[in-house]
Design a protein around this ligand. Structure first.
Ligand code: FAD
Length: 422
């Protein structure tokens, strides 16, 4: 039996960030994953501003070494496209200079990026990493301290071996499908607040931007949802398609077939894939969206990243919020240990801080996502956007900045933009 104050289940970006932040605070932890690293994770592989900012807060070396590493393609902008008729490239920074400016966004296969974080974990003597241990059982018991007080303790175990960890605090970062979610947190999948997506790796996709702009394609008969091409190093690209689960069920959409249909038949896209080669299989995974608030903590535990359903409902980004929630969970663990209070009432501060920093943004993203249900409105938005020079910066900012998202939801803003459209 391993005894620790803090045990983290899941060593993806959320769990690794929590462990690294705890180490930065001088707190030891046990970090467990069912997989052996390097391991793959189905994703678009896009690491945007929030991920970079929080990793920099934990240790600037994480980003510095990633920047120099051949595992990533540095991406300097995003191209929005509506049915391939209107293209709308938006640099992440105005008048950027590659080489002089720090990289705003990375695209890196998760098999490499997550392993990069694990390399950082391995360098930390305060983190005990256990791989290949699948936590299936979680028992919460209340014990008496020598001074007669009641203290709750979690014991988690791997069913297949005698591996057991006892901890005062559990940080659960094991994604949306793990046993903790079913048996303890009791969070049910709500199709209105979940998305499904598939991704594939292709070699030799033609016509990618020279500065690796990521591409989001909104295709009339596939709304709400989008097709993406994210350029990777070595002439590869992460290509995918995702949609709200509710729509997938209602329309009986087969995501894999839709992806292949777009690649093989859609004018403007099929030409770019004429000589492309699929590398591996097309694979899918759910995205638990942050458009519905769940309870994020309880007696002695906190949920982080996808376990907490924190994926942005507009962009599908979840790595940034996973890393950020891991960071906040570590801070909360420090507070609990100082106060020796692990009760659900005390843990509630975690929920409060997460919703304070992410709540408004997730809410606004949800409202914008709902616009996507109406193709004509969406088409109109892109039509205005593609004809207005000023708006190009605003639209990228919309993906990154809450104030701009608020502005975009204001009808007066659109009135002004239509007036200015040339
Ligand atoms: C198709 C697709 C495309 C996406 N594209 C993007 C994108 O481009 N950018 C972006 O920011 N986000 C994207 N996302 C979302 C992003 O992948 C997730 O939000 C992110 O991985 C969440 O990180 P996490 O650490 O919470 O969970 P994960 O990365 O899922 O890590 C969970 C870890 O827990 C481990 N685990 C699970 N169960 C157990 C258990 N019982 N015991 C021990 N360990 C366990 C797993 O092995 C895994 O290592 C995409 C998602 C999908 C499905």
């Amino acid at each position: 039996m391993i005894e620790t104050d803090v045990c983290i289940i899941g060593a993806g970006p959320g769990g690794a960030a929590a462990a690294l932040r705890l180490a930065q605070l001088g707190i030891p932890s046990v970090l467990i994953d069912k997989a052996q690293f390097p391991r793959d994770k189905v994703c678009g592989d896009g690491l945007t501003g929030r991920t970079v900012a929080i990793l920099n807060r934990i240790d600037p070396d994480i980003v510095r070494t990633l920047e120099k590493s051949p595992i990533q393609a540095d991406s300097w902008g995003v191209t929005f496209s509506m049915d391939n008729k209107r293209e709308f490239p938006v640099p992440f920074r105005k008048d950027y200079k590659k080489g002089d400016d720090s990289t705003p966004c990375f695209v890196s296969k998760r098999i490499h990026f997550d392993n990069h974080l694990i390399d950082m974990v391995r360098k930390q003597p305060l983190i005990q990493l256990f791989e290949g241990k699948s936590i299936e059982k979680h028992d919460y018991t209340v014990q008496k301290t020598p001074s007669g007080e009641d203290v709750g303790v979690w014991t988690v175990s791997d069913k297949k071996s005698d591996f057991q960890v006892r901890a005062k605090i559990l940080i659960v970062a094991s994604g949306p499908l793990s046993p903790f979610m079913r048996h303890v947190a009791n969070i049910k999948v709500d199709p209105k607040h979940n998305a499904g997506a598939v991704r594939a790796y292709y070699k030799n996709v033609k016509g990618c931007h020279k500065d690796n702009f990521i591409e989001l394609h909104f295709l009339k008969d596939h709304l709400p949802g989008y097709f993406w091409i994210f350029p990777l190093p070595n002439g590869e690209a992460n290509v995918g398609f995702g949609m709200l689960t509710e729509t997938i069920s209602k329309r009986k959409v087969n995501l894999e077939k839709s992806l292949l249909d777009i690649i093989q038949n859609r004018p403007g896209i099929k030409e770019r894939f004429a000589e492309a080669e699929l590398d591996g299989k097309i694979v899918g995974f759910p995205l638990p969206l942050g458009s519905k608030r769940h309870q994020l903590s309880g007696d002695g535990y906190m949920l982080v990243g996808d376990s907490a359903s924190l994926v942005d409902p507009l962009t599908g980004e979840g790595i940034g919020n996973a890393v950020y929630s891991g960071y906040i969970a570590a801070d909360q663990a420090e507070k609990c240990l100082k106060a020796q209070n692990f009760s659900k009432e005390f843990m509630k501060d975690y929920d409060v801080r997460v919703w304070r920093v992410m709540g408004t943004e997730l809410n606004l993203s949800y409202r914008l996502q709902r616009i996507g249900k109406y193709p004509s409105v969406f088409n109109f938005v892109l039509w205005v956007a593609s004809r207005n020079v000023q708006i190009s910066e605003l639209v990228y900012a919309m993906f990154n900045n809450i104030d701009v998202r608020k502005k975009v939801l204001n009808p007066v803003f659109w009135f002004k933009m239509v007036i200015n459209a040339k």
